[in-house]
Design a protein around this ligand. Structure first.
Ligand code: K7E
Ligand code: CUA
Length: 651
């Protein structure tokens, strides 16, 4: 072999090697095993964290995903609010998820994440969360950590008491916080007592997760606040707190705090199913939307619905009863045995615990005080199971540890109070910093709590964090409950305002976590399966760009023939089939948001160029050592120019 040839070959090999290292270098470092020559140590998932914690974002409308016990934030799942990071609500595919009977509503106030259950135990398939403002329930798929469905709740003034679910995820429930005229109509507000009503909704969940508003119950015009479904012996029932039984429509702070006791509504939903089957419902014409994300099409689909079945309590004896409960109750929580129903009476000096068994007896013996709109009010003494004395001020929510203890958050005295089921004595208390709302024990709302921790979800942090201007962070606190005394382990800030949270052992979710979307299953009508299918097509002033991405280039990456006034659809398919290799897409001056496309997925963004010129586009996610090279140009010519569409990769 001549020396010149050998030298050229060696250079060629070196160039190829450098290219390979640059090209795949980043991915390699993500796949570290045991440790590498540089001394970097691989840490197996679960080394630091053995639980996932899902917190509601409150007014942020999203779900935060944290590890426990570290308190590290892993991800924010966009649910009800637009999120340019992931093009949620900006991409053409995700926009239909925000459709409602009020139009496109790109935000909400999300309070209660709730994990799907099988046999009363969290199973890790989905997490549901309520939209409080524009009444909706979302279902998030926990194999992809993305929002799979959002259904609107008709005939509701605000969906606060939601989405609490039954033992086998047969139903997620929803109750209206604000009573309104139903169906809604133009009436004087001071005709509240005669015109305003509440609704309690049962949303059926199919095997594949699809939701449907199965039926609603028309109830007196109180404020229905929170809910909890029965379990074990009380499976088949669901419980809803209500306040403002005074039916005030102004200055509720005074006017809705008159009655000594308000009610927990106990609904026999098995009975409701019988009434539905027997045709004892009224059909209301109510418009609402069901939006779901088709995982194969990579596309949100909006369905408009127009009817809902409504049960009227006075025509359905045995459907619903009121349990008198002091005073303006907020939370309601059923213990793991299914026998006890604890109520957080915000203005009460005790925690009231109703007995399910006594409730059934009282119903049988007709121990009623009175009847309201066909709903019997049971006698307080007949249903009471116990009263926890000295529970702190402003009790709100209770979770259970599975060892016979309840943990109640007290907002005003800012503490968690631990009490014993049966003896009703307070056995421990720990301060929360500060103003605790909900609290969460892993599985603490299920038949078999995992226990170990209680997480305080706090509204106010005052001096515990560095100041960040007029608003300080909200926070969670991790508290050890394995001993007799609760022990504070950690504070960590949260995304938005945490209301409720749910925790689940990591291994239940990890084994189902999806790594890629198989490209051969991609049915997006604008998706392409290979680079050779990439193209640009003009249809009047609409231009479709079918674009592919793979480390580390776009195809096409040079596009000409676009004109001012065109509406350009970039349909971008990420052809990667490797875990954790999303690519981004953005063009200069893009008016909505970048795209972040998962391996095997297609997403679309619309661009309307305003001025002639040459516009760069590029990948927004540092996907490999040659990420910066992942770029291209689009030439935009004046209106009426005769530059023809052309495109390519310059090969
Ligand atoms: Cu108590 Cu909206 Cu569940 Cu907040 S609610 S704290
Ligand atoms: Cu693709 Cu950076």
């Amino acid at each position: 072999m001549n020396r010149k040839y050998l030298k050229a070959s060696l250079i060629a090999i070196a160039v190829v090697a450098a290219f390979v290292i640059l090209h795949y270098g980043c991915q390699e470092s993500k796949n570290l095993s045991a440790g590498d020559e540089a001394g970097r140590v691989y840490v197996a998932p679960g080394t630091y964290d053995d639980f996932y914690l899902f917190t509601s974002g409150g007014f942020s409308g999203q779900i935060g995903v944290y590890g426990l016990p570290s308190g590290r934030l892993f991800r924010v799942i966009p649910v009800f609010s637009q999120d340019p990071e992931k093009a949620w609500g900006y991409s053409e595919e995700s926009k239909p998820m925000f459709m409602t009977s009020y139009g496109f509503v790109p935000w909400d106030d999300a309070h209660h994440p709730k994990l799907s259950q099988t046999d009363g135990i969290a199973d890790g398939r989905w997490i549901f969360i309520n939209g409080n403002n524009t009444p909706r329930i979302a279902r998030v798929d926990l194999s992809t950590f993305t929002t799979a469905e959002i259904i609107e709740i008709p005939n509701s003034g605000g969906n606060h008491g939601s989405p609490f679910l039954t033992e086998n995820t047969e139903y997620v429930v929803a109750s209206t916080r604000f009573s309104v005229p139903i169906p809604n109509k133009d009436v004087p507000i001071n005709s509240y007592k005669e015109n305003f009503k509440g609704t309690i909704s049962f949303v059926k969940v199919a095997k594949d997760g699809a939701m449907n508003v199965e039926f609603q119950i028309l109830v007196p015009g109180f404020d229905y606040d929170l809910a909890s479904a029965g379990k074990g012996p009380s499976h088949g029932w669901a419980f809803f707190t209500s306040y403002n039984t005074e039916q005030a429509n102004t200055l509720l702070e005074v006017n809705a705090s008159q009655n000594d006791k308000d009610f927990i509504a106990a609904v026999n939903w098995k009975k409701a199913e019988e009434y539905i089957k027997a045709g004892k419902f009224k059909t209301f014409n109510s418009t609402y939307f069901r939006n779901y994300y088709d995982e194969k099409k990579h596309m949100g689909i909006s369905e408009k619905k127009s009817e809902v079945r409504v049960l009227i309590p006075s025509e359905c004896p045995g459907l619903i009863y009121y349990l008198p409960t002091p005073k303006s109750p907020h939370g309601v929580d059923v213990d793991p045995t299914g026998e006890y129903i604890a109520a957080g009476g915000k203005l009460a000096s005790i925690i009231v615990v109703h007995s399910f068994e006594k409730m059934l007896k009282a119903i049988e013996n007709k121990e009623f005080d009175t009847t309201i709109d066909g709903i019997p009010v049971l006698k307080y003494e007949s249903v009471i199971g116990g009263e926890v004395k000295n529970p702190g001020l402003g009790p709100l929510h209770t979770e259970f540890d599975g060892n016979g203890y309840g943990y109640t958050s007290s907002f005003i005295s800012s503490e968690i109070v631990k009490w014993k089921i049966g003896t009703w004595e307070v056995v421990d208390r720990i301060p929360a910093y500060y103003s605790i709302g909900h609290l969460c024990v892993p599985g603490g709302d299920t038949r078999k709590p995992w226990g170990k921790y209680v997480i305080a979800l706090n509204k106010i942090t005052k001096d515990r964090y560095l100041p960040t201007g007029p608003e300080l962070t909200q926070s969670a606190q991790l508290i050890d409950i394995t001993g007799d005394k609760m022990k504070l382990l950690l504070d960590f800030p949260t995304i938005g305002e945490p209301h409720y949270a749910q925790a689940i052992p990591a291994d239940i979710l990890m084994k189902n976590s999806k790594k890629i979307y198989p490209i051969e299953e991609n049915q997006n009508p604008y998706g392409i399966k290979a680079e050779k299918d990439s193209r640009v097509e003009r249809d009047g002033n609409v231009v479709h760009v079918y674009m592919s991405q793979i480390r580390t280039h776009f195809a096409p990456d040079n596009i000409e023939g676009i004109k001012v006034g065109d509406v350009v659809y970039f349909h971008v398919t990420n052809l990667e089939q490797d875990w954790d290799i999303p690519h981004g897409f953005a063009v200069k001056g893009l008016q909505n948001s970048e795209l972040l496309i998962m391996p095997g997925a297609t997403e679309t963004v619309v661009w309307t160029p305003q001025n002639e010129g040459v516009y760069p586009f590029y990948c927004t996610d540092f996907c490999s050592a040659l990420h910066q090279e992942m770029q291209g140009y689009i030439r935009v010519s004046p209106r009426g120019s005769n530059v023809q569409i052309s495109y390519g990769t310059g090969k």
